[in-house]
Design a protein around this ligand. Structure first.
Ligand SMILES: C[S@@+](CC[C@H](N)C(=O)[O-])C[C@H]1O[C@@H](n2cnc3c(N)ncnc32)[C@H](O)[C@@H]1O
Length: 267
């Protein structure tokens, strides 16, 4: 009889399969079962050996076909059957990924597990845009914030601290609420011309991005009809757009430490 199995909670990164860690790839290749989310890209799913059993449990915004409790139970049951289980999630499993809820259930059920971190969307998208998340003189800190609000309940965030102009804000799950988020940040003192970017399907071949300012980004993202998943980056580091790219450096008049004049670019 087989003993109890093990679950690997693995971050698949933001989409580009080359951003998978070596450890994640090894676990995927050794897995008997892969339980995966909607945000895991097809290129990464193509790395799963053909004989591995697959369980898609993806959620879409406003649609949760498989309740989280059932996903938790599935992981416990598969491990108790003695399987080597990979639980594959987009980005990092412990950043807005409900990985810790799954870990708690595994611990309660006495199932061994490990976490294999992934590159979170903020890091993947910022790199894809050739933008830093922090930069001396521009951003002394960084905050990852959820823009997801429960049905009909206004976002309850600490707006006064989020409006700090020295901190880069990265908004996950913010597509539906970006108008409200921008308005609240302005209301709490963030400069209206603070550079902002919306990036959709970052690091993949379908990546799209829209640059603007705190006051224009919501309308520009709407006009561009950006699909999910979309991430927003707000802060002076976004004003470095183009300056860290060799091709455009000589033509840029942006200087370190000053907010460059931004043209609004759709694309
Ligand atoms: C439920 S959260 C999961 C975050 C994930 N655990 C991570 O660390 O990136 C989903 C949100 O992540 C962001 N996201 C994930 N992948 C992305 C990508 N490739 N491009 C843009 N945003 C992405 C979007 O804001 C999306 O709404």
């Amino acid at each position: 009889m087989r003993g109890i199995g093990k679950v690997s909670l693995i971050g698949a990164g933001p989409g580009d399969p080359d951003l998978l860690t070596v450890k994640a790839l090894k676990r995927i290749q050794e897995a008997e079962v892969v339980v995966y989310d909607r945000l895991v890209s097809q290129e990464i799913m193509d790395l799963v050996p053909p004989k591995t059993a697959l369980y898609p449990v993806g959620k879409k915004p406003k649609s949760h076909p498989i309740p989280q409790e059932e996903i938790n139970q599935l992981l416990v049951d598969l491990a108790k059957e003695g399987k080597r289980v990979v639980r594959l999630k987009g980005g990092d499993p412990f950043i807005f990924g409900r990985g810790s809820e799954e870990a708690a259930e595994l611990v309660t059920a006495g199932v061994d597990y490990e976490v294999v971190p992934g590159i979170t969307a903020a890091q993947g998208c910022a790199s894809s845009l050739n933008l830093p998340l922090t930069h001396r003189g521009l951003a002394t800190g960084l905050r990852y914030v959820t823009g997801h609000c429960q049905k009909d309940i206004p976002l309850d965030l600490d707006w006064a601290s989020l409006a700090d102009p020295n901190t880069t804000l990265v908004i996950y799950m913010g597509l539906a609420a970006i108008k409200e988020i921008s308005a609240k940040l302005v209301e709490h003192g963030m400069p209206t011309d603070m550079p902002a970017v919306a990036i959709s399907k970052g690091t993949t071949s379908e990546e799209q991005k829209v640059f603007g300012t705190l006051t224009t980004i919501s309308e520009l993202a709407k006009e561009a009809k950006l699909p999910t998943p979309t991430l927003f980056m707000i802060g002076d580091v976004v004003g470095l757009k183009g300056t860290l790219e060799l091709t455009s450096y000589s033509g840029s008049d942006a200087k370190w430490g000053e907010r460059p004049h931004l043209e609004v670019i759709n694309g």
